[in-house]
Design a protein around this ligand. Structure first.
Ligand code: ACO
Length: 436
């Protein structure tokens, strides 16, 4: 039986649930609860699964009211300044912090797996240079499966080894595409550098300064996992069908892309560029909300406080900015203040604060990474969490297959072609048929 949930309805997806909130009444005309929908025979859930506990995980915990994020019980505030990304990968994949030798071994394994299969690099040269970096990343991560060991049933083993392949190669894909689209040859990874240092090296061909490596390392640590967020859930759903780890990781990347999730930081950067000066922030926010648009990088489904990761990212954006161009941090700071002020006026009672994406933008921009690659950077860190979740799902798997409340027309007779008009069936105007 599922353990009791801290809040919300607990539904163990894939396992029988006795924790339904409400049974569907076939005669009831429409949803009985304000804003909720009814499933066909099961439980009532809010749109967007808000407040619904759909499974268990030992990997990370988001305590939204307190604004706390922990990985296997370790507070992100302790990990961010002290741990290297490889250490966090070990923690997520193997269940505990590594000792010195274990960390060294994992570093060696990650470094040894950085190279991409040559045919994949060659295929990247054939992609239009205008291609969106996330499209390229999703495609090439999927392509990694083509060059991975295949079991007797044609699937690829999903195990820590394939997880390490994926974590090691994702940054190589991002750096290679960054160069290829600029008309440059990709730079081969070095196996004597950390994940963070090697990534920066593969972009420029130069060894990065310590401050840049440390900042990127902290970014990767902060982004490594975040419980059942949308992309991780997508990965778990995919894995629950017994699709392999490459398929599940590809699903996760596809789900990360949207701006309600990992696609936000590039748009935050566009706002900072458009605003141009800190003093223009408030007018900009007011104008945005007048147009009923959202302020990217603000708000979170789970956190009812400022995102705990934002504190570290703000600090990094400030420090990196002081060494290069302080403008982006200054505009971001003014924009956060203006957003807090205006959102409180416009949406009183709603708690909308900066999320992880807000200061990601000036941080990554100060590291020389262009805005349209920010979501790829998120994927580089989150690949650790995704793969750990996929393996956790497979460790106690049952197909994740929820129900939906059917809201279409009732059962009615088939209409022969010569009796069809533009209006038939339930009497509603039919959607226009597409031309193609
Ligand atoms: N700007 C303006 N209004 C907002 C914002 C925002 N950034 N976020 C929420 N709201 C408002 C909504 O308009 C809505 O108001 P209403 O009730 O008056 O219509 C209310 O707050 C609730 O919004 P929902 O979309 O129902 O809240 P949800 O929990 O689904 O949204 C989300 C969370 C998607 C992150 C939202 O805050 C948002 O769109 N933020 C901007 C995009 C963003 O930053 N995405 C990255 C999220 S972090 C991550 O995934 C890594």
């Amino acid at each position: 039986m599922p353990s009791s949930s801290p809040r919300g309805a607990h539904i163990r997806l894939g396992k029988p649930s006795l924790h339904g909130i409400c049974r569907y009444t076939p005669n009831s005309a429409e949803p009985a609860l304000g804003g909720s929908t009814l499933s066909h025979t099961g439980t009532v859930v809010d749109r967007g699964l808000e407040g619904v506990v759909v499974g268990t995980t030992e990997l990370s915990n988001v305590e939204g009211k307190e604004g706390r994020l922990t990985y296997r019980g370790y507070d992100i505030h302790d990990l961010a300044p002290s741990a290297c990304f490889e250490e966090v990968c070990y923690l997520l994949l193997f269940g505990q912090l590594p000792n010195k030798q274990q960390l060294e071994d994992l570093k060696v394994r990650l470094a040894a797996n950085r190279m991409l299969p040559q045919p994949l690099v060659e295929s990247m040269h054939t992609i239009p240079k205008t291609a969106w970096p996330m499209d390229v990343l999703r495609t090439i991560v999927s392509g990694l499966a083509l060059f991975s060991p295949v079991g007797e049933d044609g699937s690829h083993p999903s195990n820590p080894r394939s997880a390490i392949h994926l974590i090691a190669r994702t940054p190589t894909i991002v750096a290679a595409w960054d160069r290829i689209r600029r008309g440059l040859e990709p730079i081969e990874p070095r196996n004597d550098l950390s994940m963070a240092a090697n990534f920066l090296y593969m972009r420029s061909g130069e060894l990065p300064i310590t401050e840049a490596t440390e900042a990127l390392n902290t970014y990767l640590v902060l982004l490594a996992d975040h419980s059942y967020n949308a992309s991780t859930f997508a990965a778990r759903v995919c894995a629950s069908t017994r699709a392999d780890i490459y398929a599940a990781a590809t699903s996760a990347i596809a789900t990360l892309e949207g701006d309600l999730h990992g696609g936000a930081p590039g748009k935050v950067m566009h706002m900072l560029l458009e605003i141009g000066k800190p003093e223009r922030s408030e007018a900009y926010v007011r104008e945005l909300l007048k147009r009923k648009e959202r302020i990217m990088g603000m708000g979170h489904r789970e956190y009812k406080t400022r995102d705990p990761r934002a504190e570290h990212l703000e600090h990094m954006a400030k420090t990196l900015g002081e060494a290069s161009d302080p403008k982006w941090y200054q505009i971001a700071r003014a924009l956060e203040d203006a957003s807090n002020k205006v959102l409180q006026e416009e949406k009183p009672g709603k708690r909308i604060y900066a999320n992880v994406e807000f200061y990601t933008a000036p941080t990554l921009f100060s590291l020389g990474i262009p805005a349209d690659e920010f979501t790829c950077m998120f994927a580089c860190g989150r690949m650790a969490g995704w793969t750990a979740h996929i393996l956790e799902q497979l460790g106690d798997n049952r197909l994740i297959r929820p129900q939906a409340r059917y809201s279409g027309p009732p059962v009615h007779p088939f209409v022969a072609m010569d009796q069809r008009s533009t209006r038939h069936g339930n009497g509603k105007q039919q959607a226009e048929a597409p031309n193609a």
